[in-house]
Design a protein around this ligand. Structure first.
Ligand code: ATP
Ligand code: XMP
Ligand code: GLN
Ligand code: MG
Length: 509
């Protein structure tokens, strides 16, 4: 691996994010399962090793551990969150359960700088997600920084550095500097990785894997599937057939807009399938979010399967799956928790007749956008807000029906239209309305009303793994609320969601 960095995966939601931070610096990195043997690690001759975060506790009976000899190889180590707790635990310090944990934003105060924290302000904002904490540090370790707990420690003589917060997430303000300090100043890793290598290698891979077979691709009109389509089209041309599914859970007039847009800009073969009735009837009466996601995932594949029989020699189903879809849905290389089943990953049925082709599976949204730009896809398409495949199905909380879809489509359309009109669309990363199955009392024209509640949600993020709520102007929110309540029959109250991710997620289900 030409002296890149190895990331040992203990199941953090963020470990591929560590990988992309390092790729951004032009350095190769690889995520390996935590139980990779020490010999396999040494064989790769890495210039550094990162121990990721993870959901378990080092004090648990079957905690995920590593060979202690890892710390004696004269290879620099960075322990992040669980990785810090693990290092402490293995080298003789103590980790205990905290009283309340720290989730989201915290203030780091540097007590004693080191190479990792070099150039970082004395007080800075960091992002945390932990319950356990380090109580006593191992012998030879200095305490370098504190939040409410010990948050940065190191033994510089052994090149071992640990942080309790997550330097890899964009909300840790000086995280990039810390990562660069580790990669270049501690590990002295060589810069030899580029995004264009990725595109060329991927096109070559697709050609080789597909040969002269055919591929059908689920095209949603969104960023990821469009980039996947253009990339695959570059590799195999007309062997690619795109299928756009109208699930009945799309936004107002979306089907029409997508077909028009693609007619204009691309040279792709696209069929549209109206499957709205079957999606809605399968969902009738179902209110559990995971169950809804699985039903939708299954139905998507059933549709793709049926469509594939209309063509000959179809062997692959291509999707625009990206890394966050994967990591939240399942354990990838380590023991991570299922947060929610994305329809295109955890929602897929156990047995499928088509093989999956997912060229963007290891990338994050903003990396996909860069690939899209590199491939010449128009700016407005590459920078659209994401829209999840299960669509309004997971934005109508509880059971879904046609009437609620209509109500939500109207409300959502007003919000998005006003964002464009007020030039706010590009200042936020994702914006939408959620419909709650909660009714409340209002008064309109002297009459009592008893109607649904809508929640306006807008998030700011680069990678969709961590996010803050958008600080939209009060006047603007006032306009939205007035318009929705006045124009949409069925809604008499509007709330604004002010939760960050973590601990909330961007979508409500
Ligand atoms: N209506 C649809 N018709 C066909 N395929 C779909 C549809 N919705 C989603 N998919 C498939 O599921 C994948 C994941 O959906 P997702 O919404 O994450 O990506 P996207 O729609 O391509 O991009 P974006 O995140 O910008 O919305 C898509 O890339 C696509 O392959
Ligand atoms: O195609 C998709 N299928 C899904 O099942 C799905 N669930 C969440 N999302 C999108 O992923 C991003 C992160 O969402 P969460 O913070 O809610 O997990 C946000 O951009 C969400 O819109 C999905 N996209
Ligand atoms: N994000 C993490 O790595 C968490 C580590 C550990 N599970 C804790 O809660 O403290
Ligand atoms: Mg989408």
């Amino acid at each position: 691996m030409q002296n890149g960095i190895i990331i040992l995966d203990f199941g953090s939601q963020y470990n591929q994010l560590i990988g992309r931070r390092i790729r951004e610096m032009g350095v190769y990195s690889e995520v390996l399962p935590f139980n990779t043997t020490l010999q396999e690690i040494l064989d790769r001759e890495p210039s550094g090793i990162i121990l990721s975060g993870g959901p378990s506790s080092v004090n648990a009976e079957n905690a995920h551990l590593v060979d202690k000899a890892l710390f004696d190889q004269n290879i620099p180590v960075l322990g992040i969150c669980y990785g810090m707790q693990l290092t402490t635990h293995l080298l003789g310090g103590e980790v205990k359960k905290g009283d309340k944990g720290e989730y989201g934003k915290a203030k780091l105060q540097i007590q004693k700088s080191n190479t990792l924290l070099s150039g970082v302000s004395r007080f800075s904002t960091v992002w945390m997600s932990h319950f356990d904490e380090v109580e006593t540090v191992p012998e030879g370790f200095a305490i370098n920084g504190m939040t409410d707990v010990i948050s940065a420690i190191s033994d510089e003589s052994k090149k071992i550095y640990c942080v309790q917060f997550h330097p890899e997430v964009s909300h840790t303000e000086e995280g990039t500097r810390m990562m660069e300090n580790f990669v270049f100043n501690v590990c002295k890793a060589p810069k030899n990785w580029k995004l264009t290598n990725y595109i060329d290698e991927t096109i070559a891979d697709i050609k080789q894997r597909v040969g002269d077979q055919k591929v059908i691709l689920g095209l949603s009109g969104g960023v990821d599937s469009s980039v996947a389509a253009v990339l695959i089209h570059r590799a195999i041309g007309d062997q690619l057939q795109c299928i756009f599914v109208d699930t009945g859970l799309l936004r107002k007039d979306e089907g029409k807009k997508v077909m028009e847009n693609y007619g204009e800009h691309f040279n792709l073969k696209i069929d549209m399938v109206d499957a709205s009735e079957r999606f809605l009837s399968k969902l009738a009466g179902v209110s559990d979010p995971e169950e809804k996601r699985k039903i939708i995932g299954n139905e998507f594949v059933a549709v793709f399967d049926e469509e594939s029989h209309k063509f000959t020699d179809v062997k692959f189903l291509a999707q625009g799956t990206i890394y966050p879809d994967v990591i939240e849905s399942q354990s990838v290389k380590g023991p991570s928790s299922v947060i929610k089943s994305h329809h295109n990953v955890g929602g897929l049925p156990e047995e499928m007749n088509l093989e999956l082709l997912e060229p963007l599976r290891e990338l994050f949204k903003d990396e996909v956008r860069k690939v899209g730009e590199e491939l010449g896809i128009p700016h407005h398409l590459v920078h659209r807000h994401p829209f999840p495949g299960p669509g309004l199905g997971i934005r109508i909380l509880g059971a879904v029906d046609e009437e609620k879809v209509r109500i939500l489509q109207e409300a959502d359309d007003i919000f998005i239209e006003e964002l464009y009109k007020n030039k706010l669309y590009d200042t936020v990363s994702q914006a939408f309305v959620v419909l709650l199955p909660v009714k409340s009392v209002g008064v309109m024209g002297d009459e009592r009303t008893y109607e649904y509640t809508a929640v306006v949600r807008s998030a700011n993020t680069t990678d969709f793994m961590t996010a803050t709520w958008s600080r939209l102007p009060y006047e603007f929110l006032d306009t939205i609320s007035n318009r929705i309540i006045n124009e949409v029959r069925g809604i008499n109250r509007v709330a604004y969601d002010i939760s960050s991710k973590p601990p909330a997620t961007i979508e409500w289900e």
